[in-house]
Design a protein. Structure first.
Length: 282
């Protein structure tokens, strides 16, 4: 948040803003231009009397006859609350031997993906000079979350390495090969651990040759065709971290680092999920 906006929001003078920054009451980051950008959460925490900022979502209709419209609104609001957005951080630091923390983490979630895209692009452009920076991105590969989309967000940088999220990769393989469970682990091993394109094609061909008798259905053939296309299109993004020889440590993903946030939202307390509970959340 820019200084002018903070001053207007808190109704304070520029000298008071400087004092708050120097005392650490408001978190701020110095930009290459010499100006400061202030952390949104610390600003709203001060404004709300040290109470965390809450986001409330409302749905309303005029008459009882619009009950169906209200249900649609509530579903849209729920989708918004759970909607994927973009998360960005500068680095990963070791807090302890078993725990790491994201540095300068920011989240961008909007009803419109285009709005989120514009917001994160503006944030990166105004905050960082990425011309000599290694960028690592990770996503599920759905519409708006492919490497080309992150290339657009990042712009000019030293190097951009994009990863297809392993959870969604495994889910795709298991969903498409539901008719042949015995081959799922073999394909996952060839794709994720060995990263062997030839072996992957051999396994897919073997599966196709076994589509006989009760397995010889249009649905099974279509699922296999979709899976083959999916793997071929995303092969570069599937390449494991250890095979890319990057000069950085492998870090946990956004979901793992936000685990406590999710548990508080769903359960009201920071507990772990059982296997069944985690499956339900997915």
């Amino acid at each position: 948040m820019k200084a002018g906006k903070v001053i207007n929001l808190l109704q304070i003078s520029r000298s008071t803003l400087k004092r708050y920054r120097e005392k650490g009451i408001l978190k701020a980051r110095r930009l290459p231009s010499g100006q400061y950008t202030f952390d949104d959460d610390s600003v709203f925490l001060l404004k709300n009397g040290r109470s965390p900022r809450l986001t409330l979502l409302y749905g309303r209709v005029s008459t009882y006859k619009q009950k169906h419209d209200l249900a649609n609104q509530m579903q849209e609001l729920q989708d918004f609350a759970e909607k994927k957005g973009y998360q960005v951080c500068e680095d990963i630091i070791n807090v302890s031997k078993t725990r790491r923390k994201r540095v300068q983490a920011k989240e961008f979630v909007f009803l419109s993906r285009l709005n989120a895209l514009q917001e994160i692009k503006a944030y990166l452009a105004n905050t960082y000079d990425l011309s000599d920076t290694l960028i690592i991105s990770n996503a599920d590969g759905s519409a708006g979350y492919a490497k080309k989309d992150f290339d657009e967000i990042v712009g000019r940088c030293k190097q951009h390495e994009h990863f297809l999220d392993v959870f969604h990769l495994n889910k795709k393989i298991k969903d498409c090969l539901g008719f042949m469970p015995a081959m799922q682990s073999k394909l996952i091993s060839a794709v994720e651990f060995k990263y062997d394109r030839h072996l992957t094609d051999v396994i897919l061909d073997t599966i196709e040759s076994n589509l006989v008798d009760e397995l010889n259905t249009p649905e099974n053939h279509e699922n296999l065709k979709r899976l083959r296309s999916y793997l071929h299109r995303r092969w570069v993004d599937i390449k494991p971290f250890k095979m890319r020889h990057l000069s950085v440590i492998k870090a946990i993903g956004c979901c793992e680092s936000n685990h406590r946030k999710y548990t508080y939202r769903v359960k009201g307390q920071g507990k772990y999920w059982s296997e069944d509970g985690a499956e339900g959340m997915c």
